[in-house]
Design a binder for this molecule. Structure first.
Ligand code: HEM
Length: 210
């Protein structure tokens, strides 16, 4: 037990239900994974000038930011319920320092790495104005590493992870993230061609209107 764990009461039965924290932990983890998926997909759309076809760009932006904030709240609920639940031996330190928990250290460790990456993304977004754009972008793109790491954590430590419904949901989420990654790296937006050049190119290649 780490010194940090000493501050936490030995047993917390919410609503007189000894498993309440466990239910909260599972439910918040699931919601968190779905939220992070939507945040990532809308982040890719928001970054594209031609954002998602008919979807106005500010909508993708607002969804991206709003749901990112909601995800932080669910992350806090998820990790705190894990620490408070005395059925599993997880200390506060294990939220950010990987592979030291007393319960499923490898899988919980992946969760901690995902949290570390998320913290880096959140902090650099808050001080974005003070960072070189390339630094902010590089760190922000680490969400493409964070998401699969969180996914591995969920599959490895989740009680429901092997249930058909959970598997179906996590595969749908994985496909959405894969699609967003393909869009980001393999379908770059066309670079706008300056007006004068457009006219020149057109008349040279297709004869223009005459
Ligand atoms: C971005 C980071 C994280 C995400 C997206 C995430 C998401 C998830 C998901 C989807 C599950 C499966 C829930 C289920 O079985 O229904 C899960 C399980 C779990 N997570 Fe996380 N998690 C993260 C970080 C962490 C961290 C840092 C901890 C611990 C400090 C943690 C503790 C747990 C525990 C104990 C379970 C097992 C719950 C059970 O018994 O089913 N998670 N997580």
């Amino acid at each position: 037990m780490t010194p940090l764990a000493l501050a936490i009461p030995a047993r917390i039965d919410l609503f007189g239900e000894p498993k309440a924290l466990w239910f909260i932990n599972r439910a918040s983890g699931l919601v968190l994974l779905v939220l992070l998926t939507i945040v990532l997909v809308f982040g890719v759309l928001a970054a594209r000038k031609s954002a998602g076809g008919k979807l106005p760009r500010f909508v993708s932006n607002e969804v991206h930011r709003g749901l990112a904030l909601t995800a932080v709240i669910f992350l806090i609920i998820h990790v705190i319920s894990a620490v408070l639940d005395d059925f599993v031996s997880i200390d506060l330190i294990n939220i950010v320092v990987p592979w030291g928990s007393g319960w499923k250290p490898v899988w919980i460790g992946f969760g901690a790495v995902a949290v570390d990456l998320l913290i880096a993304v959140i902090v650099t977004s808050l001080i974005r104005n003070r960072l070189p754009e390339s630094t902010w972008r590089l760190i922000h793109l680490s969400v493409f590493a964070m998401w699969p790491i969180a996914w591995i954590h969920a599959l490895g430590s989740g009680t429901d992870a092997m249930s058909p419904a959970y598997l179906a949901l996590s595969i749908v989420c994985a496909l959405a993230v894969l699609g967003a990654a393909l869009l980001r790296w393999f379908k770059p937006e066309p670079v706008p061609v300056p007006q004068a050049e457009t006219r020149g190119t057109r008349s040279a290649h297709d004869g223009g209107s005459w």
